[in-house]
Design a binder for this molecule. Structure first.
Ligand code: DON
Length: 607
């Protein structure tokens, strides 16, 4: 599980900015290294590292980011998360509260009635959590190391010297553990609980690990580099909430105002801060202020928060509107070719449809915006497509409202479908909402459904040659003269008919079945450029420039085509100019229809 973070570019404005912070705050030389654990006194107060990790795994680091130190109190949220994960909220809450104490980390803050520690970030609460984990397994340290390692994305171990040093001198923590025992908060002997606590505090990390721990919490419990889950999303929410109110002890209020990020510090001089859904930050510099927090760590987090506007509370912040665009099906067709009368029928009934392109978050605001537009529209659309492609995040509330909207449309005879990569977004759709992989497929559904609703007769699967679009202007006698010149091609479903790159020698006139023109090399299930069916033409573009095929064409069904060799067309130019002119005019119309579709698509993309 070794992390191999995507190394961010060395020449980067982010790295430059972080280097600037390093330079600026290296001038802060006050504060003292913790000495109450003798081994910690060996830390070099000039060590200074800053590391930042994004949720897509980019890691920026400047300064002493590879220097080992012990995790100390920064272990507390992780063990709290482990206890929550293993025992559930109810069992943990019975032993540890979640109220801020406003006291220093080693204050004996217990509920007067129950003796339960007031929160898991103070020592008493952290020892209670260690006690819960110690009761879980014969080798509880392994549970702890395994969990922490998943956060960091590499195997972590305890620093034996620091552990022994604290174990030999940590009388106050031993006393707290025995006090907890007297209140029956511990299920294991007090010494076992405090021993695990000392060991977890002595886990060796570096500044990068801190950023990755923060990044994992920011990412809902999944390490942004290894993509391994360290802790469940529900637990992360509780852990971050407690960090927000209690993570910085008696400096928590000040921290919340000046930095505004859930964070945890340790007496070794590390601090990590979390911007949920966005970023993890780790800072290391061992000199501490009078509250036991790294002087430079606090300064860097505060500067980062102010300079980069990371504060959780951003009054007046306006997010991008959730509905990026709204269309009717008449302006936004699928890639299935339609006959002229089908196109006319779709255009005429277009106001019965609405296609919403969402962006940003699918949450309550998006659901509200979509439902308001539907309710206020005159007439109200019956067929609704919601395109999720540009979403970056999905909230359960948004999905619930979407389902409610689908249900209410269904109840009045309408339908709502969604299109886009639901799995990538972690979107679990209720079964009653139909999902298409892409917008094109959803638009085709919308057109088919609309044609059915206006009772438009289904397109014939087979036509007579005389009804083909290319021959619309031909006299029967002209067609009769042409037919012997045409080739015949019959293919089975799934067969490739035309391959990109092949030299082109003929036009294809579909008389039965349908074929899909797909982006080159994307395979039979590849990206669709168009679908042509009986009565339509393909291969016309290569005729114009005498070039090579530019796409792959597969038969969707059992297919029959007539083929018109380019050589025949060329010969007609000399022998039958009138017939040749009519065929060219037919071809121009085919190209025009394609162009109109492309124009509509470009308008949609740039609109
Ligand atoms: O409980 C102790 O004394 C330490 N092992 C951990 C304290 C700590 O890091 C407090 N945080 N700022």
């Amino acid at each position: 599980m070794t992390a191999s973070p995507a190394i961010a570019a060395q020449v980067s404005p982010i790295t430059d900015y972080l280097s600037g912070l390093l330079e600026r705050f290296a001038a802060l030389e006050h504060g003292t290294v913790a000495t109450y654990i003798p081994e910690l006194a060996r830390a070099d107060p000039t060590d200074f590292g800053i590391c930042l990790v994004t949720l897509d795994g980019a890691l920026y680091e400047v300064g002493d980011t590879r220097v080992d130190f012990t995790i100390q109190s920064m272990s507390k949220p992780l063990t709290y998360g482990l206890a929550l994960e293993r025992l559930g909220q109810k069992a943990v809450r019975a032993r540890v509260g979640v109220e801020p104490s406003g006291d220093p980390f080693n204050e004996i803050s217990l509920e007067p009635s129950s003796g339960a520690p007031v929160n898991p970030m103070i020592n008493a609460g952290a020892i209670a959590c260690a006690g819960m984990v110690a009761a879980l397994d014969d080798d509880p340290l392994e549970l702890v190391l395994d969990a922490y390692s998943r956060y960091a994305g590499r195997r972590l171990e305890t620093d034996e010297a620091v552990y022994r040093s604290e174990s030999e001198t940590g009388h106050r923590n031993r006393a707290i553990a025995h006090l907890l025992s007297s209140f029956h908060v511990l299920d294991v002997p007090a010494d076992d609980a405090v021993d695990l606590y000392f060991r977890q505090c002595a886990v060796a990390v570096d500044c990068r690990d801190l950023a990755l721990i923060a990044g994992t919490l920011a990412n809902g419990g999944v390490n942004p580099v290894t993509r391994e889950r360290a802790v469940g999303e529900g637990v992360v929410r509780e852990v971050l909430s407690v960090m927000t109110t209690c993570g910085m002890y008696d400096a928590a209020g000040d921290w919340l105002i000046s930095v505004g990020l859930p964070a945890k510090s340790g007496v070794s001089g590390g601090v990590f801060a979390v911007l949920p859904g966005r970023l993890g930050i780790g800072v290391y510099s061992p000199a501490l202020d009078d509250k036991g927090n790294s002087v430079r760590g606090v300064a860097v987090c505060s500067a980062l928060s102010n300079d980069l506007a990371l504060h959780l509370v951003r009054p007046g912040e306006r997010i991008a509107p959730p509905v990026r665009a709204q269309h009717e099906i008449g302006a936004l067709h699928s890639k299935r070719g339609r006959s002229a009368d089908q196109r006319a029928a779709i255009r005429a009934a277009s106001s019965r449809t609405a296609i919403f392109e969402l962006q940003g978050e699918l949450g309550f605001m998006a659901a509200e915006a979509v439902s308001r537009r539907i309710v206020e529209a005159q007439p109200q659309p019956e067929l609704v497509v919601v395109d999720l492609r540009r979403l970056s995040r999905v909230d359960r509330g948004g999905v619930d409202f979407l389902q409610a909207l689908a249900d209410s449309l269904w109840a009045t005879g309408g339908a709502l479908v969604v299109s886009g990569p639901a799995a990538e977004l972690g979107l679990e759709l209720p079964l009653s909402v139909t999902r298409f992989d892409n917008l094109d497929a959803a638009l085709e559904w919308c057109e088919d459904e609309l044609l059915q609703r206006v009772s438009h007769p289904p397109a014939p699967t087979e036509i007579d040659l005389a009804e083909h679009e290319l021959f619309a202007e031909l006299e029967p006698a002209e067609l009769e003269r042409l037919v012997p010149e045409l080739g015949l091609l019959a293919v089975d479903p799934g067969e490739i008919v035309v391959r990109a790159g092949d030299p082109a020698a003929e036009l294809f006139l579909v008389t039965r079945g349908s074929l899909s023109v797909l982006a080159p090399g994307t395979g039979p299930q590849g990206r669709r450029l168009s679908t042509v069916s009986a009565g339509m033409t393909f291969g016309e573009l290569a005729y114009v420039d005498r070039g090579f095929r530019i796409a792959d064409v597969y038969a969707d069904t059992d297919v029959e085509c007539r083929t018109l060799p380019y050589a025949v067309l060329d010969r007609l130019a000399a022998t039958e100019p009138r017939l040749h002119g009519k065929l060219l005019h037919g071809l121009a119309k085919v190209v025009l229809t394609t162009l109109q579709q492309v124009n509509a698509e470009v308008a949609h993309l740039t609109g």
